[in-house]
Design a protein around this ligand. Structure first.
Ligand SMILES: Nc1nc2c(ncn2[C@@H]2O[C@H](COP(=O)(O)OP(=O)(O)OP(=O)(O)O)[C@@H](O)[C@H]2O)c(=O)[nH]1
Ligand SMILES: *[C@@H]1O[C@H](CO)[C@@H](O)[C@H](O)[C@H]1NC(C)=O
Ligand SMILES: *[C@@H]1O[C@H](CO)[C@@H](O)[C@H](O)[C@H]1NC(C)=O
Ligand SMILES: [Mg+2]
Length: 375
């Protein structure tokens, strides 16, 4: 080797040595010069995308990961139950995939909530506060009329009939959650509630299934709504579709929500405490106009409209019914009902702990028969 080559090697060794020493002794130096940091600064890399695709812990599946997040709305008082739901979904599904979590609350999350929840999550997690106007009863609502309606519902023994916060929650879930800034960068969400259970291993990615099969809405449980909570909803929906017939999809799922070709609503809906769905559909022109139309009537406060029938009517009328998917293979429980896989092999494949004979699908109160009738 000639002298010049020796010098080059010597200088290189000194530089590498210095870099190593600085990386160990100065945290900031190590961070700004790390390869992952440098690559995130490259012009084609969106630094915000690291939550979507770049997490090294789950590198084996990172290239497959979809534009999706797990989503929970919760109160600080829900901490114990929230942690249990998150831990179960992490164990059964997410430790293999590393999807990010987003938590929303109309109040600031407590340090305790954040610490307890973060402790059971392996991937990225963020906590957001809901803007005031996305949550609280709007000014156009006549409070005297709304409180009279609540009093009457209490007398009639209607579940959550006297609750304003429950109404805020239903309206938020119907028309606002997907507008939250923390969700803007995602297309897909999986709604998870505190105190729910996942009974089977989930080894294949439901988000990828939705994306690859051009789906927009996925459910596990379907049932009848209490008519007393939505007395004028169907009339309102019918007025909207008469005024906007171009929005109704030619291959809609009307036969699932009506037994008489649309004259009346049979109260069937997808139970929205579990949803895997596209926020782009909710953000689109048709659903946005639909939600605004419903909201303007005040029905969320003068009655007690749930987000489940609102989502369900939106998706069954304005989407192609082929874009709605029943996830038989996801064993799911929200008290008091369980969906346990029943189609061939799903229960064995998922090593499900639930009893398939107790599956709500066979219950008289389930709308599974209406759902199956339309195919
Ligand atoms: N931040 C916040 N979250 C709420 C509030 N009310 C309900 N939620 C959340 O909204 C979701 C639905 O509320 P639930 O109380 O579970 O309503 P439900 O599923 O109809 O009724 P349950 O049978 O009681 O579970 C859950 O994720 C709750 O944590 C509230 O006032 N504030
Ligand atoms: C990647 O995903 C597959 C399912 O598609 C799963 O079986 C596998 O365990 C995952 N790999 C890792 C490293 O988590
Ligand atoms: C993910 O989806 C959102 C909403 O549709 C979109 O704005 C964003 O650009 C997408 N991100 C990627 C990386 O595709
Ligand atoms: Mg619940």
């Amino acid at each position: 080797m000639n002298t010049a080559a020796r010098y080059v090697i010597l200088v290189l060794l000194i530089i590498i040595g210095l870099h190593a020493i600085l990386s160990f002794t100065h945290e900031d130096y190590g961070r700004v010069t790390s390869l992952s940091h440098i690559s995130s600064q490259l012009p084609w890399a969106d630094p915000h995308d690291s939550a979507l695709f770049g997490d090294t812990h789950h590198a084996a599946n990172a290239t497959q990961r979809q534009n999706a997040t797990l989503l929970m709305l919760a109160r600080n008082s829900d901490t114990d139950n929230a942690v249990r739901s998150v831990r179960e979904l992490e164990d059964k599904f997410n430790k293999k995939f590393g999807y990010p979590w987003v938590f929303l609350n109309e109040e600031e999350f407590s340090e305790e909530f954040k610490r307890r929840v973060s402790n059971v999550i392996s991937g990225p997690v963020s906590f957001g506060q809901i803007p005031h106007d996305h949550w609280y009863q709007p000014d156009f609502i006549d409070e005297a009329k709304a409180s009279a309606a609540r009093e009457q519902m209490i007398k009639d023994n209607i579940i959550y009939g006297g609750s304003v916060s429950y109404r805020n929650m239903c309206r938020f879930n119907s028309g606002f959650f997907y507008r939250h800034e923390l969700l803007q960068k995602y297309k897909w969400y999986w709604r998870v509630e505190p105190d729910v259970h996942f009974h089977c291993d989930i080894d294949s990615d439901p988000f990828k299934f939705m994306e690859d099969n051009n789906k927009i809405y996925g459910f596990t449980i379907t049932m009848y709504e209490y008519h007393a909570t939505i007395p004028t909803m169907w009339d309102t929906v019918t007025r909207f579709t008469r005024e906007n017939p171009q929005y109704v999809h030619p291959n809609n799922a009307m036969a699932y929500i009506s037994d008489n070709g649309g004259e009346s609503y049979n109260l069937c809906h997808f139970w929205s405490n579990f949803e895997i769905a596209s926020m782009d559909f909710w953000r689109g022109e048709v659903y946005s106009k639909f939600f605004d139309y419903l909201d303007a009537t005040g029905g969320f406060y003068y009655e007690r409209w749930g987000d489940a029938p609102v989502h369900s009517l939106g998706v069954t009328l304005f989407a192609d019914k082929d874009q709605i998917h029943f996830f038989d293979d996801i064993g799911y429980e929200h008290n008091p009902y369980v969906h346990c896989p029943r189609q061939s092999g799903n229960w064995e494949k998922g090593k499900c702990a639930c009893n398939p004979e107790r599956s709500f699908d066979f219950d008289g109160y389930s709308c599974m028969r209406q759902w199956e009738r339309i195919w």
